[in-house]
Ligand binder design. Sequence first.
Ligand code: GDP
Length: 298
Amino acid sequence: MFDTLSDRLAATFKNLRGKGRLSEADIDATAREIRIALLEADVALPVVRAFIKQVKERAVGSEVSQALNPAQQVIKIVNEELIGILGGETRRLRYAKNPPTVIMLAGLQGSGKTTLAGKLGRWLKQQGHTPLLVACDLQRPDAVNQLSVVAERAGVAVYAPEPGNGVGDPVKVAEDSVAHARDKQHDVIVVDTAGRLGIDEELMRQAADIRDAVSPDEILFVVDAMIGQDAVTTAEAFRDGVGFDGVVLSKLDGDARGGAALSVAQVTGKQIMFASNGEKLDDFDAFHPDRMASRILG
Ligand code: GDP
């Protein structure tokens, strides 16, 4: 996903090698190159600006270190700043004191929510939980079925409306699922919600109604890393329309530039908590800003 960005940054740092000391002109030239690399990778402009400002200030003000040469010093600063825009520390899921913990998934259609429900279900099970996946995407005819299929593959239970019983009312399904989870001793429920291809008011209202009905402990906004700059506008729309506590990046295995998705944490002030990098249930893990920064820096 970040190959081009990695290559450009590597080329930039290569130019610094062999220099005994960095002049202000060197730092300016390097900052310009990093700026181009980030913009080409689709990182949002305000994020790029803030990033470059920090890197420049720190590079100019940095003590000449005995242990690091100038190139290493700049790489260290860029690495630390990258970790910063990716959210700093890894944030873990918050579990409710009184189970079930309610995790609600929100995002556009096709962003990967249903797939994520399966991945998260399996991951939670591996952590010793007894998750229940809840089918509240009643817009897409096949969505309930798709969730049942991923639940079965993940080896976890699913709660879906029986035909003729509350069909069409995702808010009621969500509400009922909480009682069902208590009854059947599921300690975490993962609520899959409907998404449209574009942002639309009805979708936001429905997601907000589900939110109000079940008071989620975590609302996770799922964003397709391949959608480019729309990732940021979509995140802002969901932040304002539904609100969310954390971000999940999906399709990080794609060959798009991905920088926009990396801007989402910075723009919305919410951490990236998980990353998906494939269609299989195991293509998924908690998101670690430091590991991602190292991956980008190669
Ligand atoms: P939803 O509409 O938000 O529920 O999205 P889906 O879970 O149905 O995913 C839409 C498509 O993206 C499906 O074809 C998934 O197999 C695919 N998909 C989901 N996550 C990933 C991922 O991390 N990588 C890749 N390559 N495909 C994914």
